[in-house]
Design a protein around this ligand. Structure first.
Ligand code: DX5
Ligand code: ZN
Length: 228
């Protein structure tokens, strides 16, 4: 039987990693035209940086009108990911490299009504996960080594995005592909053409003169690329 995948929506998910945390509520207001707020959680073990955690996460849930997309760059997501789901994340993404039982964890998140995302560092392939893509709502293909904002986009990730999109389509699934790291006006079209539909942008949005306009620009560049 032939199955077809629905066309995935174009989504812009600004990362607040480099926003001004002294004014979190107004920093969130600046991105009210985005689709999700991307919150990066780092434990200084899985990545060499310590950033955010439950108190800031809870404030983001409280002050944002938008759904929250938690990106857990932490050891032992098997224990912690459900805690972020319970704290109000619409989507929780954990790293394949850190997770003991990705399939069990994805099922646990979905049971709580949260979207389940699987993240892959640049040197991690999609191949071991091809047969269980149906267990996830999103695959996050990192386009930098996770840990810091403001790094350069790694172009050699494009074939992995394309292979993942092809596998999703071949299986007739509705799975989003997110890219995170170095997404800007200069790179978003390449990622969209390769098959990504959910774009995390940290410095591109928060260093722009006007975050709202930047989000509109990024969205229209991605939409244009998808039409080609
Ligand atoms: C990096 C984080 C990103 C980061 C992106 O490890 O996962 O979400 O904030 O920042 P930019 O867009 O500046 O690369
Ligand atoms: Zn992130």
């Amino acid at each position: 039987m032939m199955t077809t995948s629905p066309t995935p929506p174009t989504l812009i998910s600004p990362s607040i990693l480099n926003c001004d945390f002294g004014h979190l509520a107004s920093e969130l207001d600046k991105i009210s035209n985005a689709d999700y707020v991307h919150v990066d959680i780092m434990d200084n073990h899985f990545v060499p940086n310590l950033a955010l955690g439950m108190p800031i996460f809870e404030s983001a849930v409280k002050y944002s009108q938008l759904p929250i997309d938690a990106h857990l760059m932490i050891e032992n997501p098997d224990t912690w990911a459900p805690v972020y789901a319970e704290a109000g994340a619409r989507s929780v993404t954990f790293h394949a490299e850190a997770c003991a039982a990705p399939l069990r964890l994805a099922r646990e998140l979905r049971k709580k009504g949260t979207r389940a995302g699987l993240a892959l560092k640049p040197a991690t392939g999609i191949e071991p996960y091809i047969d269980i893509l149906n267990e996830f709502d999103m695959i996050l293909i990192m386009t930098v080594e996770p840990g810091f904002g403001g790094q350069s986009f790694i172009d050699t990730m494009m074939p992995k995005i394309t292979r993942t999109r092809k596998a999703i389509e071949a299986a007739g699934l509705d799975v989003w592909i997110q890219v995170d790291g170095g997404i800007s006006r200069d790179t978003i079209e390449r990622a969209a053409e390769a098959g990504a539909n959910n774009f995390v942008a940290g410095s591109a949005v928060y260093k722009a003169e006007d975050a709202f306009t930047e989000i509109e620009t990024l969205r229209s560049l991605a939409n244009r690329a998808h039409k080609h």
